[in-house]
Design a binder for this molecule. Structure first.
Ligand code: CP
Ligand code: NVA
Length: 302
């Protein structure tokens, strides 16, 4: 039966281990310049309803490196943008392609696509989740710290798709998660309630970023205004102004803490330039790992 990747919650311990092993091997092979065409002749369709730099490049290059090809499908230029149904698109595309990656607004759309498709569907970001990002981030933490087990990850900022996927990760893996979000901008309540009960190391929600950052091994942030929220940008800048990873906040974390950001970053907003460009930051390695981890996901699903 085909498998999809729509959220972190649906993964089991063995799935994570399989992804890390494969990603590490694929990364090593690439660095050694060894060809590895495990998906020769395979095709991935990539439907984008929102902008992207990393997700598009890493999936496209990843498919190429594995011997297959990826098709960039901007939904504005397809019949989906003119009202063709998800059901028809999913059933029909399943006859041409071996897999689909979708970046869109509603999580329900990706789920509907997956229900009708007979090929694997990968969530490349929705308003609710960004599983590929957080899987790559976990891999990066493993690389930098040896393991993520019992480490404290402090997420500072908006309770958005990235925060929700971190919460799901904490329900599945032994990481201690602390989030600091302004009132009214907390993560999805349903996801939080469900995952907090299952999180072995705990998930704590604060309003004060300093409290969340205390003794953290990883400081993580994301934009204050996500794609689709552009009209709220001015208001959000006021509300979030104290939710910035700066030197002071970094001072609350462990001495050897790493600073992560899924990118794109806005220096002077959710993170200061001295921190994101400073010695604790691993954001470029983090972005690189999207490639290796997604290649592992593609190998497993396709
Ligand atoms: N982090 C991330 O998904 O980046 P893009 O929006 O550039 O794909
Ligand atoms: N929360 C951001 C993540 C971008 C990768 C957004 O959805 O725009």
């Amino acid at each position: 039966m085909k498998k999809d990747l729509l959220s972190i919650y649906e993964l089991e311990t063995a799935d994570f281990d399989r992804i890390w092993k494969k990603a590490a091997r694929l990364k090593k092979l690439l660095k050694e310049g060894k060809e590895h065409a495990s998906l020769k002749g395979k095709t991935l369709g990539m439907i984008f309803d929102k902008s992207s730099t990393r997700t598009r490049i890493s999936f496209e290059v990843g498919m190429y490196q594995l011997g297959g090809i990826a098709l960039f499908l901007n939904s504005r230029d397809t019949q989906i943008g003119r009202g063709e149904t998800i059901a028809d698109s999913a059933r029909m595309m399943s006859r041409y392609l071996n897999g689909i990656m979708i970046r869109t607004f509603a999580q329900a759309s990706v789920e509907e696509f997956a229900r009708y498709a007979t090929i694997p569907v990968i969530n490349g970001l929705t308003d609710l989740f960004h599983p590929c990002q957080i899987l790559s981030d976990l891999f990066t933490i493993k690389e930098k710290k040896g393991s993520y087990e019992r480490l404290k990850v402090a997420y500072i900022g908006d309770g958005n798709n990235i925060a929700n996927s971190w919460i799901e990760a904490a329900a599945r893996l032994p990481i201690q998660l602390a989030l600091a979000c302004p009132k009214g901008y907390e993560p999805n309540r349903e996801i939080m309630t469900k995952c907090a009960k299952q999180a072995s190391e705990g998930i704590t929600l604060y309003n004060d970023p300093l409290e969340a950052a205390r003794n953290a091994d990883v400081l993580y942030t994301d934009v204050w205004t996500s794609m689709g929220q552009e009209a709220e940008d001015k208001e959000r800048k006021k509300i979030f102004k104290n939710y910035s990873i700066n030197k002071k906040l970094l001072g609350e974390a462990k001495k050897d803490a790493i600073v992560m950001h899924c990118l794109p970053a806005h220096r002077g907003e959710e993170i200061t330039a001295d921190v994101i460009d400073g010695p604790h930051s691993v954001v470029i390695d983090e972005a690189e790992n999207r490639l290796h981890v997604q290649k592992a996901i593609l190998e497993i699903l396709l």
